[in-house]
Design a protein around this ligand. Structure first.
Ligand code: PMP
Length: 425
């Protein structure tokens, strides 16, 4: 029986000592009301909340969990290095090995810099591009997430208009709007930012068209600007290379995080030869950026990426989930919009402008032991099995039935209240 009394008590205490009870993407304020806020443990494909309820977890920590929580060999590499030395006065030699391995795997990259969060890597990418071009304007896709620094955080509270000076927006996959944004940047263009796929929240996902990706490359070349692909969320989930290897376009810079050490804290900026000097002459650093244990975990993660069939596996599990859910939805008279690559699924309902069907269905799934997200892309991890997927489809079937029989659906007002459905810029 699903219960949440421990979570509720923790939330009450959190209200007093944590602003808003929780902040940022880890806040469950924008999820159905009963979604657990606090978790106790995680193993493989499963997650246990503070009340001990177990979930098949399709959020994978919002991306870091690629091979399964608590992966044996990755965590052994981490622990071994932790015992030898972690945050020291300088990096361990394995920093060089990690840079060698990542640049060998990512075809556009000749050098690597390591940092902690995805935001560090996207912010450094912007600085390298500005240093390279000695220009200021960056062109970005409207609605794309690149992190939570003042220049890119989606909620403007606490930021100054000057933090977002020198930014021009385009519509993802819309070549004419990209050209128009570049024209507006005039002779001040430093970079075009692109997400590897359109993986914005609340809207259908889109693969990049070849035409759009190629045009972004050409526009950068024509203007002496740098092309940046933000692979923080999708990196190594879609390819064993930059995600834009799928469309045959090489960026100059790419930012990475999340899955590169299967959950251990490390991110990276990778770059092409021509940006090497510009990267060497910005000042970027952090107290924990050179910690050796996450680098050891990342080296083992790279080995698994190269040597296992994790990619084909997550793709086929994702396809199995997608078709099973479609069949179950049809049986109960619902139509789903399942968009994006199957291994990074986003699942929403047709005819659900207020997200209330989605919220009711996700809530029912959660209370039956499947952790889905109603408006953010999810992730398949390599620790999931066919049995987990089939179980999920069965639970989903029951949740569809529950929503169909429920009659009235909750009104979802919390989204509008926080203004997140409005243009994030
Ligand atoms: N870029 C993308 C595409 C992301 O998905 C994220 C995190 N969700 C970031 C940047 C920022 O990464 P972090 O939260 O580690 O700073």
């Amino acid at each position: 029986m699903w219960t949440n009394s421990v979570d509720k008590a923790l939330r009450d205490r959190a209200e007093a000592v944590i602003p808003g009870g929780m902040y940022g993407h880890q806040s469950v304020r924008l999820l159905p009301d009963d979604y657990p806020q606090f978790f106790d443990r995680a193993s493989g494909a499963y997650l246990w909340d503070a009340d001990g309820n177990r979930y098949v977890d399709y959020m994978c920590g919002y991306g870091p969990n690629l091979f399964g929580y608590g992966h044996e060999t990755i965590d052994a590499a981490y622990i071994n290095q932790l015992k030898k030395g972690d945050t020291m006065t300088g990096p361990a030699g394995l920093m060089v090995e990690l840079a060698e391995q990542m640049t060998a795997m990512v075809s556009h990259a000749d050098w690597a810099m390591f940092c902690k969060n995805g935001t560090d890597a996207t912010t450094m990418a912007m600085m390298v591009a500005r240093n390279f071009t000695r220009k200021n304007t960056i062109v970005l896709a409207k609605g794309a997430y690149h992190g939570a620094a003042p220049w890119c955080t989606p909620v403007k509270n606490g930021t100054a208009p000057s933090d977002r000076a020198n930014q021009v927006f385009y519509t993802y996959n819309d070549v004419a709007s990209l050209e128009e944004a570049v024209r507006k940047a005039g002779d001040d263009l430093a970079a075009i930012f692109a997400s590897p796929i359109k993986h914005d929240t609340f809207v259908d996902q889109e693969d990049p068209t070849t035409e759009y990706a190629r045009r972004a490359r050409e526009l950068c070349d024509e203007n002496g600007a740098l092309l940046i692909v933000d692979d923080v969320r999708a990196g190594f989930r879609l390819a064993r290379d930059s995600s834009w290897a799928r469309v045959g376009v090489k960026p100059d810079l790419s930012s990475w995080g999340k899955a590169i050490a299967n959950g251990h804290p490390i991110s990276a900026l990778l770059g092409a030869e021509k940006a090497r000097n510009a990267a060497a002459t910005i000042y970027a650093t952090g107290s924990y950026w050179f910690s050796a244990a996450p680098m050891a975990a990342s080296l083992e993660t790279m080995r698994l990426i190269r040597e296992t069939d994790y990619l084909e596996r997550t793709q086929s599990l994702g396809q199995r989930l997608r078709s099973g859910l479609d069949e179950a939805a049809n049986r109960h008279g619902f139509a789903l919009r399942q968009t994006g690559p199957a291994e990074m699924p986003l699942i929403m309902f047709e005819d659900d402008p207020g997200y209330s069907k989605g919220y009711a269905w996700n809530d029912a799934l959660m209370k039956r032991g499947v952790y889905f997200h109603p408006w953010h892309n999810m992730f398949i991890c390599a620790a999931m099995t066919e049995a987990d997927i089939d179980h999920t489809i069965e639970v989903a079937d029951d949740a569809f039935k529950f929503v169909r029989d429920a009659g009235t659906l909750p009104r979802i007002e919390k989204l509008a209240i926080l203004g997140l459905l409005t243009d994030g810029h």
